[in-house]
Design a protein around this ligand. Structure first.
Ligand code: IDP
Length: 140
């Protein structure tokens, strides 16, 4: 085990419902520290660039439209094996399949409006963190 970082987005379905604090309580309750955080409105170009890996998937256009439908909160989380630790408390992509007690099971609306994004590898975490944060914006 090592202390590592992951990248998180609290998605527009959560900012719309004013439940970003509930998400943060679950993150901190799992032992992860929020070492950087900012709320912003993604541009279409930012959202398309962030999800470029999904550009060939049928839901890409809808996903981008959803991600720019309201503000998001982008975050850097730090803790023991942060990438798998956060994936574990996020729950499955489709909240219908997520385990009880996970963020998506407790809070998500649908497979698309599923409340949170979390990096899927340390390598992607570093790329995604650099997409949104300057090193000076992260305070551990
Ligand atoms: P993940 O967020 O659990 O890693 P991915 O497969 O990487 O899931 O998908 C990225 C995001 O795309 C999901 O979080 C969700 O918002 C959206 N998404 C995934 N599958 C579908 C789908 O079948 N329909 C609509 N949106 C989807």
């Amino acid at each position: 085990m090592a202390v590592t970082r992951t990248f998180s987005i609290i998605k527009p379905d959560a900012t719309r419902r004013n439940i970003t604090g509930k998400v943060n309580a679950m993150i901190e309750g799992a032992g992860l520290r929020i070492v950087a955080q900012k709320r912003l409105q993604l541009t279409q170009a930012q959202a398309e660039g962030f999800y470029a890996v999904h550009s060939e998937r049928g839901f890409f256009g809808e996903l981008v439209a959803f991600m720019i439908s309201g503000p998001v909160v982008v975050q850097v989380l730090e803790g023991e094996d942060a990438v798998p630790a956060y994936r574990a408390i996020m729950g499955a992509t489709n909240p219908a399949n997520a385990d009880a007690g996970t963020i998506r099971k407790e809070l998500a609306e649908s497979i698309e409006a599923n409340t949170v994004h979390g990096s899927d590898s340390d390598e992607n975490a570093a790329i995604e963190i650099a997409y949104f944060f300057a090193p000076t914006e992260i305070a551990a």
